[in-house]
Design a protein around this ligand. Structure first.
Ligand code: UD1
Ligand code: UDP
Length: 359
């Protein structure tokens, strides 16, 4: 078999979604590729459901590493990826974002022949206590190509001494993914009816980050603040809960405040529909900050920092941390905001631009 031009390394829900436009672009242009799935995410609701709904090919390889401590998990991925890259000899390896899967792909590829491309390069929270910040800094510094979503992320790379013709500002592939699926979601998703939700009359919550849900005080602060705001405004909150958060909640032995309705993680079309129709989104997710900004839904970020400052600058998002009162005040300030801000993440052609540069 001829060597593939590209090897995609991915392992988690956001990587599957944000790499889907690129995989599709390869199919459209008959570019041979392999998909190496690390197995970091393996539950159907975080993994298979997206391959099926986004009509992506089954990964060529699945390392099935599962969950573990950072070192053990990343090490097992590096070993598996190295062996696959040595065998398949692609021209380019593509990693995305800031997960342990992205770091493992970057480390393995950077010591082998293929060129390494990092997508979503140049994002910085400047918070080295977050594993994601370590992962994205390291991936950027060992890459040959860095595809930055915005001018600001290219500027941050330059500030770290990475300033050459292989830093390319492309926009974020999430704009491609949203524009490819928004209409489909409107036509196909029945989540509003199924969950008995009225457009503009509910809030959407996601919280899954280690620094929030592994810390009982922070997690409790988020639930209390969101619950209080929902009570005051007499609206319900839908919380599609990530397994990490669900496990921590069970360990805490607490129920969530009354207005918060827990539902299992949703597929992409249902989730996009909820983001589109929510009155306000409250989140610690990177992807949700971007998507709500693109869709014109106001967002409140329950973190102390964000690597998506563009969303704050244009008034689509506000940082409030995890203190109960700060969440209530922030939600009051954001809830009626008109979502007519410009989209800072590009025009939905990021995948084409990336592929054109590489090929
Ligand atoms: C990972 C990423 C995070 C990203 C998130 C996307 C890292 C360091 N973190 O966090 O940046 O925002 O994915 O969702 O890479 N679990 C399951 N089923 C699964 C996967 C995980 O039940 O398919 C549970 C396990 O109990 C596991 C826990 O979730 O221990 C955490 O999983 P892990 O992959 O370590 O990190 P995420 O929190 O998913
Ligand atoms: N998402 C989804 N179903 C859900 C929650 C999120 O399809 O129940 C999608 C969401 O649209 C976004 C991505 O998952 O594209 C964000 O992933 P996550 O919040 O897990 O990770 P992060 O972006 O914070 O790394």
């Amino acid at each position: 078999m001829a060597a593939p031009r590209i090897a995609f390394v991915l392992g988690t829900r956001p990587e599957i979604i944000k790499l889907s436009p690129l995989i599709r672009a390869c199919d459209d242009r008959d570019v041979p590729y392999v998909v190496v799935h690390t197995g970091q995410h393996y539950s159907d609701s975080l993994d298979t459901v997206f391959f099926e709904q986004l009509e992506l090919p089954t990964p060529t390889h699945n390392l099935e590493v599962g969950s573990d401590d950072h070192g053990a998990q990343t090490a097992e991925m590096i070993r598996g990826i190295e062996s696959i890259l040595t065998e398949t000899r692609p021209d380019h390896v593509i990693v995305h974002g800031d997960t342990n899967s992205a770091l493992a792909g970057a480390i393995a590829a950077s010591k082998l022949e293929p060129s390494l491309a990092h997508i979503e390069a140049g994002l910085r929270s400047f918070d080295r206590s977050m594993p994601e910040e370590i992962n994205r800094v390291l991936a950027d510094h060992v890459s040959n190509y860095r595809f930055a979503p915005t001018d600001e992320s290219a500027r941050l790379l330059a500030a770290e001494g990475i300033d050459d013709e292989r830093v390319v500002v492309t926009g974020n592939t999430i704009v491609d993914a949203v524009s490819q699926h928004r209409d489909l979601a409107t036509r196909k998703s029945t989540v509003l009816e199924d969950r008995d939700l009225e457009s503009g009359e509910f809030y959407l919550l996601t919280a899954h980050r280690a620094e929030n849900v592994d810390d009982p005080d922070r997690f409790t602060g988020i639930l209390a603040g969101v619950g209080e705001f929902a009570d005051r405004t007499d609206r319900e909150v839908v919380y599609p809960i990530h397994p990490r958060a669900r496990e921590n909640l069970e360990e805490l032995g607490r129920s969530v405040p009354d207005p918060i309705r827990l539902v299992p993680p949703l597929d992409f079309l249902d989730f996009l529909t909820l983001e589109d129709h929510a009155r306000l989104a409250i989140t610690d997710s990177g992807g949700v900050q971007e998507e709500t900004c693109i869709l014109g839904t106001p967002c409140l970020t329950v973190r102390d920092n964000t690597e998506r400052p563009e969303t704050i600058d244009i008034g689509a998002n506000r940082l409030v941390g995890t203190d109960r009162t700060a969440i209530v005040e922030g939600a009051e300030a954001m809830v009626d905001r008109d979502g007519a801000w410009p989209n800072p993440f590009g025009d939905g052609t990021a995948a084409d631009r990336i592929l054109e540069t590489l090929l």
